[in-house]
Design a protein around this ligand. Structure first.
Ligand code: NA7
Length: 534
């Protein structure tokens, strides 16, 4: 019997965070192995190949900022990059940094167990392999465990069916086909507006409408790319200062501090600007003051009514159980106009729920729908789901899944006590804004900690007494008073397709990114106060 190969660190996931983490581990002189379930790099952008998938962040604010060479050599061609280009970008980065030689593809991690005696993690993959490492870094992503709807008969359908996050690598042709799309989140919206262009008949099955706003994407030509490149230092320093690392940040004014004329003009401007400005750059009280939120919601409702010809359909598309911005705002390109097309029908599942999937299509309480293709845009077991799918066991074989059954508990979103040498990237309790900006900070903080440990002969890192309780209480208190925590969504940890995920929890940090970084800096500056280093 030979012992499994041993590394200084194992990273689970070769998406944006795992790729950068590998690069940083090498720079520290540590041996590293990345385990990746897919056949290529890219994580989210590898898996989500559905038609219409693209950024809602400005491309030039989203890419890696750490390498001047990458910034110099990569040209973005659209302000909001489509998935195939983004995947090409991540492949380019993997080539540039020569990452693939330390990535084991087709390797889904199924278990990770801590051995106190060996002071190491043992990680098993689906294909039966085992690896050992002093440190385990999870780079599994907050939106990477897709969930199919809990509807009877899902295996009975005889046509083609696919979850958007498990899209085939070969293109799917919708031309003239009868297509059913279930789900109207950010993914559903992008899919629907694309499929509607060619489908013979598209039926959208909507349970909860979302407040969508225009994306206003444009191409980037060479001259504009040159200007963007010259502007990179300013762009990235702006992203460091904003609330959620976007180029947009809340307006310091309150909704009622301006006249109704000024307010209307401001919203009109935001609605006609590209990107998340209307969500991330709106009045500062939009997500905390009910009256303010009701006003912006009414503004967006008016836009929807103006864009959808049939007033009854428009009303179905206007959310009634939550205000604008309290769930993730899908950005759209002529999404509402899709419902003016003769080949598109909207089915409101609150009136007529789906009873079952059948061999020919699906059946609601009102009637049967035949389909050639069913698209499940039904989302993810978010934030903790990708951890739950791995049997992670810390000291005394305690399970992380059990530990987090009542909601995640962490220190800085990076460490959990009783799970020594486990370091999480973009885990629970992290801010989820313009995510690569948070990823870079997260990876650099973790790498600094590992470097600190390496130079001091530290072989065991664990959140100290009280640190997890204090940070968890802090994260929970930040969530108080936020209207977004009063509605079910992946942001509140609710997914009714997953057993035990029907209660709202605080799973993400809702303070500002600068405040988060300040706390992490203070911890590091005090010799990693709150972390037990042995
Ligand atoms: P979301 O935003 O979680 O959306 C999932 C959608 O699927 C949503 O409209 C759900 O309705 C719907 N859904 C889920 N289960 C069912 C069942 N059983 N029946 C009918 N409809 C269902 O996921 P996305 O992939 O769109 O986006 C996730 C994030 O990834 C996104 O915000 C980006 O940041 C990237 P519901 O609202 O639950 O009533």
């Amino acid at each position: 019997m030979t012992e499994p190969a041993r590394y200084d660190a194992i990273v689970i996931g070769a998406g944006i965070s795992g790729m950068y983490q590998l690069h940083k581990l090498r720079a520290l002189g540590l041996s590293a192995l990345v385990l990746e379930a897919g056949t290529g790099v890219g994580g989210t952008w590898y898996w989500n190949r559905y038609p219409g998938a693209r950024f809602d962040s400005e491309s030039w604010s989203y890419g890696y900022s750490f390498s001047q060479e990458i910034l110099d050599e990569w040209d973005w061609t659209e302000h909001f990059s489509p998935q195939p280009d983004t995947l090409r970008y991540l492949d380019f980065v993997a080539d540039k940094l020569d990452l693939r030689r330390d990535i084991r593809f087709r390797s889904r991690a199924t278990a990770a167990h801590w051995s106190e005696t060996a002071r190491e993690w043992r990680v098993a993959t689906e294909d039966g392999a085992t690896f050992r490492a002093r440190f385990l870094v999870t780079a599994v992503g907050p939106l990477s465990a897709p969930t199919l709807p809990d509807i009877p008969g899902i295996g009975d359908f005889r046509g083609q069916s696919c979850h958007t996050a498990r899209w085939p690598h070969e293109p799917v042709d919708f031309t003239g086909k009868r297509v059913a799309v279930i789900g109207t989140g950010a993914t559903g919206v992008q899919t629907i507006q694309e499929v509607a262009k060619t489908a013979g008949r598209l039926t959208v099955f909507q349970r909860t409408p979302n407040w969508c706003a225009p994306l206003l994407n444009r191409k980037i030509d060479r001259d504009e790319m040159a200007r963007i490149r010259a502007d990179y230092p300013a762009i990235f320093s702006r992203c460091q200062e904003t609330f959620a690392c976007f180029i947009h940040t809340p307006d310091p004014r309150g909704t009622f501090e301006v006249s109704s004329k000024e307010r209307e003009a401001f919203w009109e401007r935001l609605y006609n600007e590209p990107g998340f400005g209307i969500w991330q750059g709106n009045f500062r009280d939009m997500l905390t003051d009910r009256a303010a939120n009701a006003l912006i919601s009414e503004f967006v409702a008016r836009k929807i009514r103006a864009r959808v010809k049939d007033p009854a359909v428009a009303e179905k598309l206007i959310p009634k159980n939550h205000g604008f911005g309290t769930r993730r705002v899908p950005l759209e390109t002529r999404y509402y106009e899709v419902y003016n097309q003769d080949n598109v029908e909207l089915v409101d599942l609150t009136e007529t729920p789906i009873e079952r999937i059948t061999a020919e299509g699906l059946r609601t309480s009102a009637r049967a729908f035949e389909a050639d293709i069913i698209v499940y845009a039904t989302g993810f077991d978010a934030v903790t789901g990708s951890f739950d799918r791995i049997d992670i066991r810390g000291t005394e074989q305690r399970s992380l899944r059990d530990r987090w059954a009542g909601g995640p508990e962490t220190f800085l979103g990076v460490l959990v006590d009783a799970f020594p040498n486990l370091l999480m990237l973009i885990g629970p309790h992290m801010a989820l804004g313009n995510i690569p900006r948070s990823i870079e900070y997260n990876v650099e903080w973790v790498s600094d900690l590992l470097g600190y440990a390496a130079t001091r002969g530290i072989t065991r890192i664990e959140a100290g007494d009280g640190a997890v309780a204090e940070w968890t209480a802090h994260v929970r208190s930040l969530g108080q008073g936020l209207l977004s925590n009063e509605i079910d969504s992946w942001m509140t940890g609710v997914n009714r397709n997953v057993a035990g995920k029907n209660v709202r929890i605080i799973n993400r940090y809702s303070g500002s990114a600068p405040a988060y970084r300040a706390r992490c800096e203070a911890v590091a500056a005090a010799g990693y106060e709150g972390v037990r280093l042995e």
